[in-house]
Design a binder for this molecule. Structure first.
Ligand code: G6P
Length: 613
């Protein structure tokens, strides 16, 4: 949530910042701003997208500057307008700050500062912090500016990633993090700071991920990493794994459709190196590391938010089916504020695309404090969640930029399938034959996804028919149920059509009252264990004149007679169903959203990475 970028070095800062903000825009896009430090300090900020800011700066005129900070905002405190956009300035206008996160005690700090004569121009929590830094700095003569920043951060309760510059110190840039991500890029005589690696990729491959409570001080070309308490840390420089082409649209109209079409590859990448068909074995380092524990688990807890929570639900079916371990699936936000019964015996699996979701991180910390072992399933290498986990598995889907998650979901499900097979195999709950079948099926999944994507034109045609619907119902049973939930979420997120996912049999207990000729009902109706039951549910919808769009197994002639529209997917083992059945639903929401003129990559009010609770 909120994208931040900073630059200090020989280049002109503005082009670096604006390009960086465009790459970070998926994190928030209700306003944007930059502060440029050259002979003078210039601040430009505007409500709206980064492109609006760019035009505004072009009109206003900027001066040369080799230092700068930029921000793209997802509003928490204060409505999205020019005034509340970042950067924010200190009272004397000399210090500028950008911030991602929430300062929880901003109100009490604000009152104290107001009593000391500070006047605030915005409604944000961030402005309080820059005034606090200034207050400490000017009231402690001789105090190094960097120390004033650390002292101010020491008073903050909440989460932050901040970058600060000072007009009177043009060789200095300071970044700090607690609970919100921050990465430093090291170039040739230059440094970059950003919320994630996307803005750095084209300039450097050498990066340092700051740890919580660390401050990066870049002064006269030298970088020093220290803690808020001034303990110097040895920086760990990593090589960036992502490449430029993976964060660009590559000829597609939107990131979302590019990412949907990347799924044969991303699912393949999630499987790659983890199965041996010859030895009929799944090998995952994170399982090996805690093998004993996995073998003797009494239950598994899975936590996540949004789409990752839907993957967790698939995980519940998988672990119970394949490894015979009871599973509880929890919204991370609920789990962290209950008094959950969790302890040393438990394995808590945390699922997150970004690895930065605040609620999921907090759920991990709570489970950890009660002695549970944490297994993180994450897409972003080096993010906070894998770092806070005892063991884990990366999903290897590659960067996901579209705010609505697509390829990350199928990669999460793939990882869960592999883990469940690995555990089931070791526990002996799966026969050799069953393992062989599953592994062979998994091998064919990328090409089956390819085949499923061939329905794109048909799905576009169906989208045209239903683009003006006001409500949608999604039904599924068994493995089809989380798929129904995910399909409904995708539609809501990007087309703003109200949609509900429901277990098909539960329809009778409520949603059936909504069905009439105006109600499209998407049904996961493949040839698996509940096939006949789902057919009965379809009849119930048809009897009330609902319009049925069925996701059915290739060659199902009966379904063609029954449903109004049929989207076929290749035959597959039931446990792999979510990997195929989700794809037509992603395409359906994508086409409907495009036809309705919605911004599919940046839907209103949403953000890709929710780093505030
Ligand atoms: C946001 C995103 C969703 C995502 C959810 C959880 O709401 O818009 O696409 O599923 O956060 O994010 P995570 O990174 O933890 O998977």
């Amino acid at each position: 949530m909120c994208g931040i970028v900073g630059y200090i070095g020989p280049k002109q800062a503005f082009p670096v910042l604006i390009k960086g903000l465009t790459r970070l825009e998926y994190r928030g896009y209700d306003s944007a701003g930059v502060a440029l430090l050259g002979d003078e300090l210039q601040v430009f900020k505007k409500a709206g997208k980064v492109s609006v800011l760019e035009e505004y700066v072009a009109q206003q005129g900027k001066k040369p500057a080799n230092v700068g900070i930029g921000h793209t905002r997802w509003a928490t405190h204060g409505e999205p307008n020019d005034r509340n956009a970042h950067p924010h300035l200190s009272q004397n206008g000399e210090i500028a700050i950008i911030h991602n996160g929430i300062i929880e005690n901003y109100n009490s700090l604000k009152v104290e500062l107001q009593q000391r004569g500070h006047e605030f121009k915005s409604d944000t929590d961030t402005e309080v912090l820059v005034h606090l830094i200034e207050d400490i700095y000017i009231h402690n003569e001789g105090l190094p500016f960097e120390e004033a920043v650390r002292m101010a951060l020491g008073q903050v309760i909440g989460a932050y990633a901040v970058v600060v510059l000072n007009k009177t110190m043009p060789d200095l840039l300071i970044g700090a993090r607690k609970g919100s991500p921050m990465v430093i890029g090291i170039g040739d005589g230059e440094h970059y700071i950003a919320s994630d690696a996307a803005p750095l990729v084209e300039y450097t491959r050498n990066v340092i991920y700051l740890n919580d409570g660390e401050v990066a001080v870049i002064d006269k070309g030298e970088l020093v990493i220290k803690t808020i308490d001034n303990d110097i840390k040895t920086p760990y420089i990593q090589e960036l794994e992502i490449h430029l082409e993976s964060i660009e649209k590559g000829g597609y109209d939107h990131f979302m459709i590019k990412e949907i079409f990347e799924q044969p590859r991303s699912v393949y990448d999630s499987i790659r190196g983890r199965i041996s068909l010859k030895e009929e074995l799944v090998e995952m380092a994170g399982i090996k590391q805690y093998e004993n524990k996995w073998m003797n688990l009494k239950r598994i807890l899975i936590v996540g938010c949004g789409t990752s929570w839907h993957a967790a639900l698939v995980g519940e079916y998988l672990f119970e089916d394949l490894a015979r371990i009871p599973v509880e699936v929890e919204y991370a936000s609920e789990f962290r504020y209950r008094n959950p019964v969790v302890g040393e015996e438990d394995m808590v699996i945390a699922i997150s695309q970004s690895g930065e979701t605040a609620d999921t991180l907090a759920a991990i910390e709570l489970a950890k404090s009660r002695g549970a072992t944490i297994f993180g399933i994450c897409n972003v290498v080096g993010a906070s969640i894998p770092r806070a986990s005892d063991a884990g598995a990366y999903t290897h889907a590659g960067p996901e930029i579209g705010v609505a998650s697509t390829k990350a979901f199928t990669a999460q499900v793939t990882a869960l399938i592999l883990i469940a097979i690995a555990v089931g195999q070791r526990k002996g709950t799966l026969t050799k034959e069953r393992v062989r079948t599953l592994l062979n099926e998994l091998e064919t999944i990328p090409s089956k996804i390819e085949k499923t994507l061939e329905s794109n034109d048909l799905i576009k045609f169906i989208a045209e028919e239903f683009k003006d619907a006001r409500n949608f119902l999604y039904l599924g049973r068994g493995y089809g149920f989380p798929v129904a939930l995910e399909g409904a979420l995708k539609l809501k997120e990007i087309s703003y059509i109200h949609a509900e996912g429901y277990p098909a049999a539960e329809m009778k207990h409520g949603p059936i009252a909504l069905i009439d000729e105006e109600m499209p009902v998407v049904v996961i109706a493949t040839n698996h264990s509940s096939y006949e039951k789902v057919i009965s549910n379809i009849q119930e919808v048809k009897a009330r004149k609902g319009k049925v769009i069925a996701i059915a197994t290739e060659g199902d002639t009966m379904m063609k007679k029954m449903a109004d529209y049929v989207i076929e997917i290749p035959d597959c083992d039931e446990v792999l169903l979510p990997l195929l059945a989700t794809i037509p639903l992603q395409l359906l929401s994508y086409h409907i959203a495009v036809m309705r003129g919605c911004n599919v990559d940046q839907p209103r009010n949403l953000a890709k990475s929710v780093t505030v609770e």
